[in-house]
Design a protein around this ligand. Sequence first.
Ligand code: AMP
Ligand code: ZN
Length: 141
Amino acid sequence: MPVSQHEDCIFCKIVHGEIPCTSVFESEELIAFLDISPVNKGHTLLVPKAHMETLFDMPDDIGQTLLAAMKQVGTAVMEATGAKGLNVVQNNYPVAGQQVPHVHWHLIPRFADDGHMAWPQGAYQDVQEMAALAGAIRGKL
Ligand code: AMP
Ligand code: ZN
């Protein structure tokens, strides 16, 4: 089946072989290659071949395929790098840090004392504020 391509999308160009990548995995629906600017060496991007901008544009039924590939490639990344952990990160929209508007998952191998801190964590004013926000979210489901 032909894969949809978006003009000027760097990941579509990689999927269609128009620019090179350091590939580690490929299936009918997905490709994985090394991130060119790794957080740690072995940092891999898992990318659906079809052009979709964010998570919210994806069909639900790719979920099983995606999770299986995430586990398979993530395990290989950990074993090949000797990592003791793996962060799976996915950014949606520029304000969340998405630089490439073609949905993808970062598989980042982690090592003890690699210097990459977790996100700083905040606090709610009180339990009422927390409950109100949870209610607002439930109300949108
Ligand atoms: P994000 O900020 O979540 O959109 O992540 C985009 C990632 O793509 C960044 O970590 C970049 O280093 C990476 N990247 C951009 N261009 C390429 C490329 N040609 N090959 C491999 N990785 C790339
Ligand atoms: Zn694309």
